[in-house]
Design a protein around this ligand. Structure first.
Ligand code: RRO
Length: 340
């Protein structure tokens, strides 16, 4: 029985959600056991690990390391292959009404075409997240950083997407310049069948050292991997808000990046996220995190006098500025402007 107050409820893809909080495609959504654990958790939807046509073991180990403020990974797309996830989804207990989403990440345009051909026929999927931003396959660039390639993928894969197929969305990498948000949004807006974007994937190709060692933390790609966790929240929030501002209103933005607390969920909502995913913190805390985040989010909504998740969405406020004067130059402006 759902005992949580209704103010956490929201909607996504024409379905009711018990809360806006669910898992990111990444850790703890690879095996059947992982997915079963999500079924009984407070995650409001279930999203699979990105899958390929055939099962993959992924990159060499060690390929994940907790670092100060987050994590670095180069998992290399370990997954059971699309068939296992489609079978799982088709055999779910239909009494469990949580939406089930499949993430796909083919290693080529052709593989993505085949994956989507299979997935689009599945009536048991509520949605498909097309991952165009995996940073960890040696020799394969992140598709969504190459705007010509992004456009080609969307035109070829999504232009004749049937109305009765599962809703389709795209997982994006972080962008770092307004011109990139402009270009990405105009490409996405010109694709009429897109229903959501997820922002952001990990910050790709970063480097961390093993503690007290001259060795790098992870083995693949000479130690380069995707950064996740609390330290990427400001990057994620900027991407959520700036994409929300530029995308067609019928394209939902799902926030992902740096969510560790109810306050973090609220900040994603304030930036316009329709729902919010949890990756690194889910990995370190397990399924109990969803219940904790719900309680903390409720508290945050009350503290800020929002009546519901839907009431908070998009309500970020600008910080008032004061015109700089000559005198300003001599003040210690780096320490004197507390936000409290
Ligand atoms: O499996 C991975 O290495 C991985 C993927 Br597919 C992704 O999209 N993002 C990430 O940080 N790791």
């Amino acid at each position: 029985m759902n005992t949580r107050p209704h103010r956490l409820e929201t909607r996504f893809l024409n379905q009711e959600l018990s809360s806006p909080i669910f898992n990111a495609s990444g850790p703890l959504c690879v095996s059947e056991d992982d997915l079963e654990a999500l079924e009984t958790s407070r995650a409001s939807m279930i999203l699979t690990k990105s899958c390929t046509l055939h099962p993959r073991l992924g990159n060499a180990i060690p390929r994940y390391q907790a670092v100060t403020g987050g994590s670095i990974n180069s998992m290399g797309l370990p997954n059971l292959g699309i068939k296992a996830y489609l079978d799982y989804s088709e055999n779910r207990d239909c009494l469990n009404e949580k939406p089930f989403l499949l993430s796909v990440a083919g290693l080529s345009l052709d593989e993505n075409r085949e994956l989507l051909q299979l997935a689009k026929k599945s009536a048991s999927l509520s949605g498909i997240e097309l991952n165009l931003s995996c940073p960890n396959i040696p020799g394969k660039p992140q598709i969504a950083y190459d705007f010509e390639s992004l456009q080609d993928h969307l035109e070829i894969l999504l232009s004749d997407w049937p109305v009765d197929a599962p809703a389709i969305g795209v997982k994006l990498p972080p962008y770092f310049d307004p011109s990139h948000w402009d270009t990405a949004a105009s490409i996405l807006n010109s694709c009429p069948t897109i229903r959501f974007v997820t922002a952001i994937n990990s910050v790709g190709n970063t480097l961390a050292f093993a503690s007290d060692s001259v060795e790098v933390a992870i083995a693949p790609k000479n130690g380069l991997g995707g950064l996740g966790g609390g330290m990427i929240k400001p990057i994620a929030l900027a991407n959520v808000r700036e994409l929300r501002n530029r995308l067609r209103p019928d394209i939902a933005v799902i926030g992902c990046g740096g969510v560790e607390s109810g306050r973090d969920v609220l900040e994603h909502l304030l930036c316009g996220a329709q729902a919010v995913q949890v990756g690194t913190a889910f990995y370190s805390e397990g399924t109990a995190i969803f219940s904790r985040l719900e309680s903390e989010l409720l508290h945050e909504l009350m503290k800020s006098s929002f009546s519901s998740v839907d009431d908070a969405r998009g309500k970020w406020k600008p910080r008032m500025g004061i015109k700089a004067t000559h005198a300003t130059q001599y003040e210690n402006e780096y320490t004197n402007h507390s936000l409290l």
